[in-house]
Design a protein around this ligand. Structure first.
Ligand code: PLP
Length: 466
């Protein structure tokens, strides 16, 4: 593709995206296709000869778009959001355009230094403790996902414990049943058996109980096992429950347990000063992660991950083969982010986050997050006023968990009918054994009229229940 062809097709693609985002609301939110429908439209064999770019783009409309579930629709209330935004998409494009692979500082200094700087900006913007900043013993990095952040934190904790003399087989990690499943996956990858991950009891609001953690840690220590890692969650996936980090921290510190805090969804709320309670206790955590790729208008993948002391992380993940040796690394004056993550190679992800922060500013970001929280509060008022529905968990930030009072069959019927309509998209969880509809409000373009339409839809369906 010549530069001129690139210019022309690039303009077509940007126009395509702009039109898509303008009209995304018109599509059924969840793709209605059946398994195999997309592949059935694709040629069985790759082309032998070049094809015009116009044909490729036409096939995006014909084959791809019907098989897309529209995460950028304002009628998106499923899972958690995975927002993009204009500045973020353009930052991503620029990252691809530069085609930089930033494994070492030396392989593109701007890739590393912008990342360090933006992560320090995030500390200032969101208010986690200064010790996560790059000027002390800690520092931040952009991981591809909160799952990777949990794994990397667990590996750092494992390293710290092993360096202190623990046997791998004696290590024990702690989490609640509401902790994201990525913790279990991380433990498997790290070579821990199922009996090395302890499920700690939760309270009535689904938050991990500090007394139960203390008891489990004590029991393990008395039995000669080595407690080494605890994953606390600020904003669980099912119900946005908040584990009491400030109370868990002393238990962990007293037993030499690495405390990782997973704020994947809720962490973005800290951009609003009045919601900074989500940071409570972080001053005593060993590591913290949250996802701008959920609620901070930065398209997937972008997880901000900080450690208070990077030495265990580097000890766990640094390996220096001859072919990567270079003067800058050896000087000790630079960060090589390959040592902070699983793969060697890495994309220039900081660009999109930088673009987003500069486009919206702290006030713009806070404005949108605040708007979503206010919309959720409005929905909570409507749910409370309708005796056919109950809140299934304390509503928090942008998440409202509700169910029909008649039980699971009625709740399931409402959920299925909404999703089959394509007008909105909702997902479910189970709390205290009961089926629950999660209404997650946080898509960048969701307005009051969309939430109102969802509620009207649910209540009119409830009118028709037997
Ligand atoms: N942690 C929590 C609390 C989550 O809600 C999620 C996803 O929803 C994750 C981790 C995993 O996020 P990621 O897709 O970035 O790995």
């Amino acid at each position: 593709m010549t530069p001129d062809e690139f210019r022309r097709h690039g303009a077509d693609v940007v126009e395509w995206i702009a039109h898509y985002l303008e009209t995304v609301e018109e599509h059924p939110v969840a793709s209605p296709l059946a398994p195999g429908d997309v592949r059935a439209l694709l040629p069985a064999h790759p082309p032998q000869h070049p094809e015009p770019f116009e044909d490729v783009l036409a096939d995006v409309d014909r084959i791809i778009l019907p098989g897309v579930t529209h995460w950028q629709s304002p009628n998106w209330f499923a899972y958690f959001p995975a927002n993009s935004s204009g500045p973020s998409i353009l930052g991503e494009l620029l990252s691809a355009g530069l085609g930089v692979q930033g494994m070492l500082w030396a392989t593109s200094p701007a890739c590393t230094e912008l990342e360090t700087h933006v992560l320090d900006w995030m500390v200032e913007l969101l208010g986690p403790p200064d010790r996560f900043g790059s000027t002390g013993a800690g520092g931040g990095v952009i991981e591809d996902s909160a799952s990777s952040a949990t794994l990397v934190a667990l590996l750092a904790g494992r390293q710290r414990a092993v360096d202190a003399g623990a046997e791998l087989g004696a290590l024990v990690a702690y989490a609640s049943a509401h902790t994201h499943s990525s913790l279990e996956k991380a433990a498997r990858i790290a070579g821990l058996g199922p009996d090395q991950v302890r499920t700690v009891a939760v309270d009535g609001e689904f938050a991990l109980r500090p007394d139960a953690l203390a008891a489990a840690v004590e029991e393990d220590r008395s039995a000669g096992r080595v407690p080494f890692f605890c994953c606390a969650t600020v904003g669980t996936t099912s119900s946005l429950a908040v584990d009491p980090v400030a109370e868990l921290a002393p238990v962990c510190a007293g037993a030499g347990v690495w405390l990782h805090v997973d704020g994947a969804m809720a962490g973005s709320a800290a951009v609003c000063p009045e919601l900074r309670w989500v940071n409570d206790g972080l001053d005593r955590a060993d590591s913290y992660a949250f996802n701008p790729h959920k609620w901070l208008f930065t398209n997937f993948d972008c997880t901000c991950f900080w450690v208070a002391d990077r030495s265990a992380l580097l000890a766990a993940l640094s390996i220096l083969p001859e072919y990567l040796r270079n003067e800058a690394s050896e000087s000790g004056a630079v960060i090589d982010y390959r040592d902070w993550q699983l793969p060697l190679g890495r994309r220039f992800r900081a660009l999109k986050l930088w673009f987003v922060i500069r486009h919206y500013g702290a006030e713009g970001l806070a404005h949108h997050v605040r708007r979503h929280v206010a919309l959720a509060e409005e929905l909570v008022g409507w749910v409370r006023a309708d005796e056919r529905f109950v809140l299934a968990a304390p509503p928090r930030l942008g998440l409202v968990c509700l169910r029909h009072v008649d039980g699971d069959d009625a709740t399931r019927a409402l959920l299925d009918a909404v999703n089959a309509s394509g007008e909105q998209y909702l997902t479910h969880t189970r709390l205290d054994g009961r089926l629950v509809i999660r209404v997650s409000i946080g898509q960048a373009h969701t307005e009051e009229r969309h939430v109102r339409a969802l509620w009207d839809h649910l209540t009119s369906l409830a009118d028709g229940l037997p």
